[in-house]
Design a protein around this ligand. Structure first.
Ligand SMILES: C[S@@+](CC[C@H](N)C(=O)[O-])C[C@H]1O[C@@H](n2cnc3c(N)ncnc32)[C@H](O)[C@@H]1O
Length: 278
């Protein structure tokens, strides 16, 4: 287990989940405020290989945007309407991925929500058509049934999953779609079954599940030089934690992906209005 996880467990055990939540908030706020990392618009592990259009259009962070491209493909495969009317990204960070989704899915309205003001401010004026709101994923500042497609990239694992999914279900319209990309410390089958169970309890039905662990592992490997360079811009005392965070080859997290002890997946869930009524 990585030093970061051990530390998180200790905080959870002795100070409670609320303290762990606050700690995670400070860590993200700190990272988003770093002057050394201002040019980055995404914070995720990435996906390889990249489509030509993504590699050409986003040369600074092609793998991170490609992860969003794979999520967009999963949404399109599950969607009944070709273009969603209202798109929401939960925990959108600085919003680089949301800008990609907005261009790829052409919704009528696009909203990004993150609790980090530093992240929200970063993209405030990036695309005037996209609303960036500060808010908590477990108490979304949105009315019931107001969203057609909700997306989350890499926050599910850090949140109380059932509460998070129930809140997403609340804001989704009937037959609305939720697409999620994240990692869990289990094999693909256990992750898939776990999501089906969580979905059943929260009113969401899993309609597709794709294990992309090897694509994520490959992205970490190919992107090693760029990530190392970002880590080396930081003060020395932060570098060991940052290496783990970006999953450089040789870190605990990278080894878990490589040995398939941890699955990275893209899943799509649909709000099952009929089941919720029964
Ligand atoms: C790994 S980053 C991913 C950011 C973005 N999806 C991306 O791929 O670039 C996780 C994000 O979740 C946000 N987050 C974590 N807990 C949250 C919560 N309870 N409510 C809203 N945002 C949260 C963090 O501020 C951070 O921006």
């Amino acid at each position: 287990m990585s030093a970061v996880r051990v530390f998180q467990r200790l905080v959870n055990t002795y100070l409670g989940a609320g303290a762990s939540d606050r700690l995670s908030r400070y860590v993200y706020d700190g990272a988003y405020s770093l002057p050394q990392w201002q040019e980055i618009s995404t914070f995720n592990y990435g996906y390889a290989p990249c489509d030509d259009a993504v590699a050409e259009g986003w040369p600074n962070e092609p793998h991170q945007i490609q992860l969003y491209a794979e999520v967009a493909k999963a949404v399109q495969a599950a969607a009944r309407a070709p273009e969603p009317a209202r798109l929401l990204e939960l925990c959108c960070g600085r919003g680089g991925g949301l800008a990609y989704l907005d261009a790829a899915l052409s919704p009528r309205a696009t909203i990004g929500i993150d609790r980090s003001l530093a992240a929200i401010r970063h993209r405030r004026n990036g695309n005037a058509a996209i609303a960036h709101l500060q808010g908590h994923a477990l108490q979304l500042p949105l009315p019931d049934a107001s969203i057609d497609v909700a997306v989350n990239v890499e926050a599910l694992a850090d949140l109380p999953k059932l509460t998070f999914l129930a809140e997403i279900c609340r804001v989704l319209a009937a037959n609305g779609i939720f697409a999620v990309a994240d990692t869990m410390p289990h094999g693909p089958e256990a992750c898939h079954l776990g999501l089906i169970d969580l979905g059943r309890k929260s009113g969401l039905e899993v309609v597709s599940f794709r294990d992309i662990t090897m694509n994520v592992c490959e992205a970490c490997r190919i992107d090693d030089q760029r990530r190392s360079e970002l880590v080396n811009r930081l003060p020395r005392y932060l570098r060991p934690i940052a290496r783990e965070w970006v999953s450089l080859p040789g870190t605990t997290r990278f080894g878990q992906f490589e040995r398939k002890e941890r699955c990275y997946f893209i899943a799509v869930m649909v709000k099952n209005a009929a089941r919720l009524q029964s």
